[in-house]
Design a protein around this ligand. Sequence first.
Ligand code: SME
Length: 160
Amino acid sequence: MSESLLIAEGTKAEKYETLLVQIEGVVSGESDEIANMANVSSMIHETFGFWWTGFYRVLDGELVLGPFQGPLACTRIKKGRGVCGTAWQEAKTQVVPDVELFPGHIACSSASKSEIVVPLIKGGEVVAVLDIDSAELDTFDEEDKVNLEKVASMLVKAWR
Ligand code: SME
């Protein structure tokens, strides 16, 4: 992979534009979802410098920690619990400007201030969630939601 693969400069729109092309290239030729989640967590994390970027998979009725970038995280989350469990239960993206104001937020790290969680939905079922934490308040908006939902769709297309 060349050093120019990920861009650290430009507007958020420009970064997402490049990122989406690169993610499509990486996941379209690979059917293993762990490999794809690993690369995607790295690509998002390196592009934006978030605090924590990773996945939880739905396994035996719980969310179980998958590939991620960043510090140690909680391994299992129940349906309806925290931001991740809510995204799973509602099958809807959760944008949280201030995690302290989200009822039941699970604090894996006190450094996390805002968060976005995007469900990966295959055949009407949530199969995983993409979770991103920022060390700053109010990091995520509609632009992140729209673009990260595109990332989720790309992953689902390649999902076995
Ligand atoms: N904050 C999440 C838990 C996962 S960590 O942020 C990595 C939640 O409330 O579901």
